[in-house]
Ligand binder design. Structure first.
Ligand code: NAD
Length: 366
């Protein structure tokens, strides 16, 4: 298969972690007999420096013409970087928002995985953690409260603010289908999270999710109220496979889920539209404090590349080979500084990428 990928190294540690993800992708496609074509695209601070704006229209067109986008991270230190002297629409983050909008990315996927080897980083008690956990938070990204009508006005002499939470059945149906499809590639369980005891939008959410579920008889569906879900994530995180939820609930729950894994450098993410196209990036930022020091953990970006193989290209075996190589590196005690613990061997960004690539070549990942 020929894979056409736009690559956005971005700012800070972005170029270092993307370099390692490309290294791992290169050996993976070689092992499996595919061909990769990368096209570099500027975004964020790097684009401001070169073109005066955080994302050009040409860059958007280039990205759209590819099968997927693999991204590092963008942005700098807001206190010291000249990028943050610019008006908000010209700052690095505006480029990412524009890209997400232009590509129609409505489904955000954030895996929260706790590897047995990294239990020490998890703030939960040993008896709650068990053998670790592996869940996928699927958040609707373009509807709901963050995109509804809003206003602040004086009503009867009192300042009054209104935000509206709107979903139509099509918006719910398309993300629900995605969630069931993804659960089919995992442990076949969807937990749909809402507030159906109070909100009309949640009652419609529940109705449509149930309709969609009828087309997926092999996937188990349960509904959970959002307040209960927030509790269950710290009480029994191992119960979850795919969590499907609307925009604001997903915003909050995905941060909670990622915090309980305890290691930001390990968390990948994907944003998908209604084709196979996706934007794949680590959940963390550009970490300007450690940029250029060979300290960044490249694993979140490497696992994002694995998600790209699985969700855009349906290359499940290839994705699994990368994931197993990451697992193997951890099992053998190799750690970057952010996940370092006693008895392990600390390595830099480049060496971590080399090790994962080596395990794939050796066939350990296969
Ligand atoms: P951050 O995620 O960049 O860093 C938070 C802390 O985690 C820092 O101490 C950093 O050193 C550490 N860290 C992050 N990633 C790491 C990795 N891979 N390996 C080891 N340590 C890692 O968050 P921040 O400092 O709040 O933001 C820095 C910049 O990143 C800002 O400009 C922000 O706007 C931007 N940002 C970009 C994205 C994105 O590109 N999608 C997301 C979040 C933040």
């Amino acid at each position: 298969m020929r894979l056409n990928i736009a690559v956005i190294p971005g700012d800070g540690i972005g170029p270092e972690i993307v370099r390692e993800a490309k290294k791992v992708l290169d050996v993976t496609v070689e092992q499996f007999g595919h061909e990769l074509i990368y096209t570099e695209v500027l975004m964020g601070g790097a684009s401001i420096d070169a073109c005066g704006v955080p994302l050009t229209d040409e860059a958007i067109e280039t990205a759209k013409a590819k099968d997927a986008v693999l991204m590092g991270s963008i942005g700098g230190d807001a206190a010291t970087s000249p990028w943050y002297q610019l008006p908000p629409h010209l700052r690095p983050e505006a480029g990412l928002l524009k890209l997400r909008k232009s590509l129609g990315l409505f489904a955000n996927l954030r895996p929260a995985v706790l590897y047995g080897e990294l239990k020490g980083a998890c703030p939960l008690k040993e008896e709650i953690i068990g053998d670790g956990f592996d869940m996928m938070i699927m958040r609707e990204l373009t509807g709901g409260l963050y995109f509804g009508e809003r206003r602040t006005e004086e009503v009867d002499g009192l300042l009054t603010a209104v935000d509206t939470l709107t979903y139509n059945e099509n918006e719910i149906r398309r993300i629900a289908k995605r969630a069931f499809d993804i659960a089919g590639k995992r442990r076949k369980k969807v937990c749909s999270v809402d507030k159906a005891n109070v909100l009309d939008s949640s009652r419609l959410w529940r109705k449509i999710v149930e309709e969609v579920a009828k087309d997926y008889p092999d996937i188990m569906l349960e509904h959970m109220l959002v307040d209960n879900c927030a509790m269950q994530l710290v009480k029994n995180p191992g119960q979850f496979d795919v969590i499907l939820t609307e925009n604001m609930f997903g915003d909050i729950l995905s941060d909670e889920a990622s915090m309980v894994t305890g290691s930001i450098g390990m968390l990948s993410s994907a944003s998908l539209n209604d084709t196979k196209f996706g934007l794949y990036e680590p959940s963390h930022g550009s970490a300007p404090d450690i940029a250029g020091k060979d300290l960044a953990n490249p694993i979140a970006t490497i696992l994002s590349a694995a998600m790209m193989l699985r969700f855009t290209f349906d290359l499940d075996e290839e994705a699994a080979a990368i994931e197993r190589a990451v697992q193997q590196v951890l099992t053998e005690g190799w750690r970057t500084a952010d996940i370092m613990s006693e008895g392990c061997t600390q390595v830099g960004t480049r060496k971590m990428g080399d090790l994962i690539a080596e395990f794939i070549i050796k066939g350990v990942g296969l």
